[in-house]
Write a protein that binds this ligand. Structure first.
Ligand code: GLU
Length: 381
């Protein structure tokens, strides 16, 4: 079921998995972490978990926190070296804070430091997906930030908006909630008394970009509308809903989901109107086939039933591909029945095919993956 209104974000059927991005200015004030506000947000996160929703947090604030500790001026953003040093110091406090306050609700925090490259490179994308999925299955709350201390590009305000959209894509979330200090997207500069908040956006068009350019930007510590629209575009293409909402109020999630205040960007419905179709189109867009796997009748039947491709059911490996490359999956008669991203390179596949999963660790000499092609990275044709 697709998300069509803000209330759907609180529904575990329409929104089983939600990514919440929290901006620096919400987390860190003049005197350090805004503990009471974070505690209130975590109470809302715990309530969502009780409703049966998976929550992933994307938390900014490392640079702001570290800059205060190191007494760096310009909020630690005077130079790249300052920002990277500040992040290294601040990240410890930031993760510690999330861990401590989530634990009060019996929730386990898990820290993931990613770069945008990690989520755009196919191999590392698979690793991030597997780790996030495993953490959520184990009941943890992943708390993600950009790995600022090693990011090679300039750290920009708003990087975490796009990171949140990419994380949602990797974790197959239903929606992303970007909490910052604006109510949402306005049709013109919000300082203009005639400005109206847009409750719903169907497609990030040139017209929508023009509205953001008209100065619908927020204050310090936020990436403004531009990075939020970039995030909305990533989410839209991946079939994921995205909401821009104001986090400066007490209980910001309720303000979005109950009072309905915010801008909802609808996901692209895909060719035949289903979220799955949008995901397929996105996966399909990456598919330049590097090889093929020939499978037996049992495996073909299993794939049809929605299972992953296991090594047991593969009889032949063709081509030179790397982990994360797209491969064709053919049946014995030569009919291509699926495309998918390989969890192993061609050599490893050749070593594993026909072998039972319990023997994989010995054959490889390291911890094996759960499948040759995971069902989430597979498109049946
Ligand atoms: N990763 C940065 C931090 O933790 C924030 C980036 C952003 O403003 O989006 O301070």
């Amino acid at each position: 079921m697709l998300i069509t209104c803000l209330a759907d974000l609180a529904d575990k059927t329409t929104c089983p998995r939600l990514v919440i991005k929290v901006g620096s200015s919400l987390l860190v004030g003049k005197d350090g972490p805004r503990r009471a506000w974070i505690e209130a947000l975590i109470a809302e996160i715990a309530a969502a978990r009780t409703r049966g929703q998976d929550i992933i947090v994307v938390s900014s604030g490392a640079i702001a926190l570290g800059a205060a500790t190191l007494k760096l001026d310009k909020g630690g953003r005077g130079s790249l070296a300052d920002a990277q040093a500040a992040a290294a110091v601040g990240q410890i406090a930031l993760s510690g804070l999330w861990a401590e306050l989530l634990a009060k609700h019996g929730l386990t925090a898990a820290q993931l430091l990613l770069t945008l490259d990690d989520l755009e490179d196919r191999r590392r994308y698979l690793n991030a997906t597997a780790t996030l999925t495993r953490l959520l299955d184990a009941g943890a709350v992943p708390v993600v930030n950009e790995n600022d201390s090693v990011a090679t590009q300039e750290i920009r305000f708003g990087d975490n908006d796009r990171l949140a959209a990419r994380v949602a894509q990797a974790a197959r979330a239903s929606a992303v909630l970007l909490l910052s200090d604006v109510d949402g997207l306005y049709d013109r500069n919000p300082a203009d008394p005639a400005a109206k908040l847009l409750p719903l956006v169907k497609g990030v068009t040139a017209e929508i970009h023009a509205m953001a350019d008209s100065g619908s930007a927020s204050g310090l510590g936020s990436g403004g509308m531009t990075s939020k629209l970039q995030a909305a575009e990533i989410a839209e293409r991946a079939g994921i809903a995205l909401v821009i909402a104001n986090g400066t109020h007490e209980a910001p999630m309720a303000r979005v989901m109950q009072a309905g205040i915010g801008t909802l960007f609808l996901p692209h419905p895909g060719k035949n109107g289903r979220k799955a179709a949008a995901r397929k189109a996105w996966l399909g867009g990456r598919l330049r086939l590097k090889g093929a796997l020939v499978i037996d009748a049992g495996a073909a039947k299993a794939l049809d039933g929605g299972s992953s491709l296991l090594a047991m059911g593969v009889s032949q490996v063709e081509g030179e591909f790397l982990r994360g490359d797209a491969v064709a999956i053919r049946d014995g008669a030569g009919v291509v029945i699926a495309h998918g991203l390989a969890e192993y390179d061609a050599g490893e596949c050749a070593a594993l095919i026909g072998k039972h999963s319990r023997d994989h660790a010995d054959l490889l000499g390291y911890a094996p993956r759960s499948a040759i092609v995971h069902r989430d990275q597979l498109v049946l044709l």
